[in-house]
Design a protein around this ligand. Structure first.
Ligand SMILES: Nc1ncnc2c1ncn2[C@@H]1O[C@H](COP(=O)(O)OP(=O)(O)OP(=O)(O)O)[C@@H](O)[C@H]1O
Ligand SMILES: [Mg+2]
Length: 225
């Protein structure tokens, strides 16, 4: 059996205020898989994603990313983990005073790539999201759907093993939502494991992909060895 990209075993997450956000969760997400994480508000979706990026540590249980046990991760290893994981949020989180191109180049700049290489890679991912011709615009000159596509381009600029999206279409209308979801499929087809948290169950049903359902911190229908 190949190593899953994400592996959780008996993961419980209790915040300091005593809220049990995840309760004995066990699940695998394979390399190259696309999965939706669904469940009502407060179910634990964002917490699930934050455990994968090591933004939160589980109270109990095992979280592995690409075979690495995150409880053994040293503080100085965290940037290496984050480089392998692209993240997209509901509110895009773009730098509005920078151009589209500069936004997408940012992770490449931080990594210290040569400027020609930064431009080459940024143009490549902007082509994936279909925004090459808007590279010199600033985010506020773009529609919400276009801004989210810029954020997606930035998230895949380092060719991550995993792309996580937390309610990525929460601010977008249904047509644009559908377009963005199809874009996640394209990115998945390029070999990136994709996990999309959303409470928009109608969209999920139409996507014909794996659904990981969370209800009050539990995964009712998942059975893993
Ligand atoms: N930093 C925190 N400190 C304390 N409690 C928290 C924290 N973050 C989340 N919670 C609580 O944990 C539970 C799960 O929250 P989480 O944000 O994971 O849910 P969610 O499924 O993403 O919800 P939504 O759909 O509203 O985004 C909720 O009861 C929430 O109030
Ligand atoms: Mg959330």
């Amino acid at each position: 059996m190949t190593t899953p990209m994400i592996r959780m075993r008996n993961v419980t997450m209790i915040y300091e205020n005593g809220v049990v956000a995840l309760d004995d969760v066990s699940v695998d997400v394979g390399k190259g898989e696309l999965a939706f994480l669904t469940g009502p508000s407060g179910a634990g979706k964002s917490t699930f994603l934050k455990l994968i990026t090591a933004e939160e540590k589980p109270t109990e249980g095992l979280v592995e990313v690409a075979g690495h046990d995150l409880s053994r991760l040293r503080r100085r290893d965290v940037p290496y983990l984050r480089r392998r994981i692209g993240v997209v949020f509901q509110d895009f989180r773009l730098l509005n005073e920078r151009t589209v191109m500069e936004n997408v180049m940012l992770p490449l700049t931080i990594l210290g790539l040569a400027s020609g290489e930064q431009r080459r890679r940024a143009l490549q991912v902007l082509a994936v999201v279909g925004l090459g011709q808007r590279k010199d615009a600033t985010p506020l000159e773009l529609s919400g759907g276009e801004q989210q596509r810029v954020a997606i381009a930035r998230a895949i600029a380092l060719d991550p093993a995993i792309l996580l999206a937390d309610e990525p279409t929460g601010n977008l209308d249904p047509d644009i939502t559908w377009h963005i979801m199809k874009l996640f499929r394209v990115i998945n087809a390029r070999g990136t494991a994709v996990v999309i948290a959303t409470h928009d169950y109608d969209v999920v049903k139409r996507m014909d992909a794996r659904i990981i359902q969370i209800l009050k911190g539990k995964l009712p229908q998942e059975v893993v060895s």
